[in-house]
Design a protein. Structure first.
Length: 242
């Protein structure tokens, strides 16, 4: 990781109004979970519907979209990325540094709130809470890599990413059986299912892939997206010089 690139990226992600956008969804999740805890009490069914249905399927992709595209997209749009690329820094190192920062942001604004929300919603399914937290973290890394790549290859990364997050991950990846095997959310959900054990089975927490296959697919997507983003960033430099 390059400390200068990471510092600039973190400052860009948490500056201006973006930090309020990042905080809005997790704050709503925590407030909703707190209200349910006070009014209904602990419930395993709420854990599955709120964490699995709302946080993992909807909140996480949107937060990763903001972090992944925001890590490099604005610099490409305003041309300031050229000043960074003029330095003797590997393009792949730039991408890895920005991915690391985006991932940390997602862990803070998504994984941690998911864990706290799980604690509020249940007292007896701690294994499943930990499983959901792990799933959120693993999916968040893959999402950030994909959205970071989109920002490098197209200026419409936010629109394309939003369509992908809402249509594919939230709707298709949740309700269409055949398409579930091609969903980052489903790959990560395998770890929640494994960690939850019998409780996960009883609550209907089920992934279309095994934890081993899910882990491999998440790793492949993350590595390939990160590598290709670095390749395209080199092309972007050449285009700028011409």
């Amino acid at each position: 990781m390059n400390p200068v690139v990471a510092q600039l990226t973190l400052r860009g992600l948490l500056g201006r109004r973006r930090v309020f956008v990042l905080a809005a969804l997790p704050v709503l999740l925590l407030l909703f979970s707190l209200v349910l805890r006070l009014t209904i009490g602990p419930s395993e069914d709420l854990l599955e519907s709120i964490i699995g249905g709302l946080a993992l399927a909807t909140m996480l992709p949107l937060l990763a979209l903001i972090a992944g595209t925001g890590a490099i997209g604005p610099e490409i749009d305003d041309g300031s990325i050229m000043y960074l690329m003029a330095k003797p820094v590997s393009r792949h190192l730039i991408i890895r540094s920005k991915l690391l920062v985006a991932t940390v942001v997602v862990l803070v604004f998504a994984s941690f709130p998911v864990f706290v929300s799980g604690l509020l919603l249940t007292q007896t399914s701690m294994a499943l809470v930990f499983g959901y937290t792990l799933s959120t973290a693993l999916a968040g890394i893959a999402y950030c890599a994909v959205f970071l790549l989109l920002s490098v290859i197209t200026r419409n990364a936010v629109i394309i990413g939003l369509i992908y997050a809402i249509v594919w991950e939230t709707i298709v990846g949740t309700f269409v059986p055949g398409a579930k095997t091609l969903s980052i959310m489903q790959w990560s959900l395998a770890f929640a299912e494994k960690a939850g054990g019998d409780q996960a089975v009883r609550l209907g927490v089920q992934s279309e892939v095994s934890p081993v296959l899910g882990g491999i697919l998440l790793l492949v997507v993350t590595v390939l997206a990160t590598w290709y983003a670095g390749v395209r960033l080199r092309t972007l430099r050449l285009a700028g010089e011409e």
